[in-house]
Design a protein around this ligand. Structure first.
Ligand code: ADP
Ligand code: MN
Ligand code: MN
Ligand code: MN
Length: 368
């Protein structure tokens, strides 16, 4: 294989099968200074049974755009643990929050602020389901499987496509789906998207903070699976200009009150509140989202809030079935594929359930 990744499954398997002498490997993962994912592994003396068994750790934040060189230690505080589909056995993946030496949350640790909101509003039992769209590229930077120096036929046959020429890199998607289920991610489905080599997976419904946790881990698993195939993952919201769909992170939302008979009243109230904070929400809904939210390609204009039943050209959509039942959830179609889900779920609970002292998700997004 000519990619930078060596992947010789048969050779590697010999070593992966070796017993570990009772030791467990924990791969700590965290969000870096550019909304990317980093990870490093460490040996634990025995199988951890809960997050409390996992030690705090640290890394060199000056190498990840997270700290200055003269004060470079950033601390990793474990917050969630998952089965490791790559190493298997008792080995685990550990999601960690980043903390500075002076006891403040690191600039890209938006989980801490979002979690305060979820704790304050735990009575609302807010659920999220996020539809993560992404695009696959080959190692040379071409959209995966597209003709060299040219384009495939126009969009039409690719969404949920079946058959050669209509679907690209299904192996990556299939492997990622299994890896997520093995790890314990609440993946609800996958589908091929409108642009060839663009795909989607959905995570949810998930309660509060676990939405952001599981979406980040699912992204990590996708990056790792794609390594094995020498494929690059892009979370850019408009990876190709022109008549090609962009990529989003539609965010589906419900509170306990919205999910039972009479819930439509609360869905409408939430949409009314969202309409008054459109600019604020857009400010945390991802970079380069203006290239995607053009009013074309199943999006609404970035300039104006809109909503509608079954309307995929609106900012917020009430699914047809929800409108018929009179209760359920709504879909915010504005978030871009490159969001930090902690910012998006955080501002959602702030707007729908109310702000709390000391937390402001718009300011949080640009905190240094
Ligand atoms: P679309 O029709 O927009 O493509 P999908 O089927 O891709 O929708 O995604 C719908 C998402 O909504 C899924 O992640 C699902 O788990 C989530 N969802 C379903 N019910 C609820 C609910 N009551 N609250 C929040 N999210 C929900
Ligand atoms: Mn979808
Ligand atoms: Mn989609
Ligand atoms: Mn959707």
């Amino acid at each position: 294989m000519s990619s930078s990744v060596i992947s010789n499954g048969a050779n590697l398997a010999k070593y992966m099968d070796l017993p570990q002498n009772g030791k467990v490997i924990a791969e700590y993962i965290w969000i870096d200074g550019t909304n990317g994912i980093r990870s490093k592994g460490r040996t634990l003396p025995k199988k951890p049974t809960s997050v409390d068994d996992l030690p705090e750790w640290n890394f060199d934040g000056s190498s990840t755009d997270q700290a200055p060189g003269h004060d470079s230690d950033v601390y990793l505080r474990p917050v969630a643990m998952y089965a490791d589909p790559f190493r298997r056995g008792d080995n685990v993946i550990v999601l960690a929050e980043c903390w500075n030496n002076d006891g403040t949350p690191n600039k890209k640790n938006h989980r801490y602020a979002a979690n305060k909101l979820f704790e304050a509003h735990s009575d609302a039992e807010i659920w999220f389901g996020i539809e993560q769209e992404y695009t696959l590229f080959d190692e040379f930077g071409n959209v995966y499987g597209w003709p060299k120096g040219g384009f495939p036929g126009p969009q039409g046959p690719y969404y949920c496509g079946v058959g050669t020429g209509k679907v690209y890199a299904r192996d990556v998607v299939e492997a990622h789906y299994r890896a997520c289920l093995y790890a314990g991610i609440n993946t609800s489905g996958i589908n091929a998207e409108v642009m060839p080599s663009q795909w989607e997976f959905q995570v949810g419904p998930n309660l509060g903070i676990s939405m952001g946790d599981q979406l980040w881990v699912a992204r990590y698993l996708l990056e790792r699976v794609a390594e094995d195939f020498g494929v690059k993952v892009s979370f850019h919201p408009k990876p190709l200009l022109g008549d090609w769909n962009g990529a989003g992170c539609h965010t589906n939302v419900s509170t306990k009150a919205m999910r039972v008979e009479g819930g439509m009243k609360y869905i409408e109230e939430a949409i009314e509140k969202l309409s008054k904070r459109h600019k604020e929400h857009i400010s945390v809904y991802g970079e380069d989202n203006d290239k995607r939210l053009t009013g074309r390609h199943e999006t609404a204009s970035i300039a104006q809030f809109s909503y509608g039943v079954a309307n995929r050209g609106a900012s917020v959509r009430i699914p047809r079935s929800v409108n018929k039942d009179g209760y359920g959830y709504f879909e915010d179609r504005r978030p871009a594929s490159n969001i930090d889900p902690y910012l998006v779920t955080g501002i959602m609970v702030e707007t729908v359930c109310g702000s709390i002292p000391g937390v402001d998700m718009v300011a949080e997004a640009s905190r240094e």
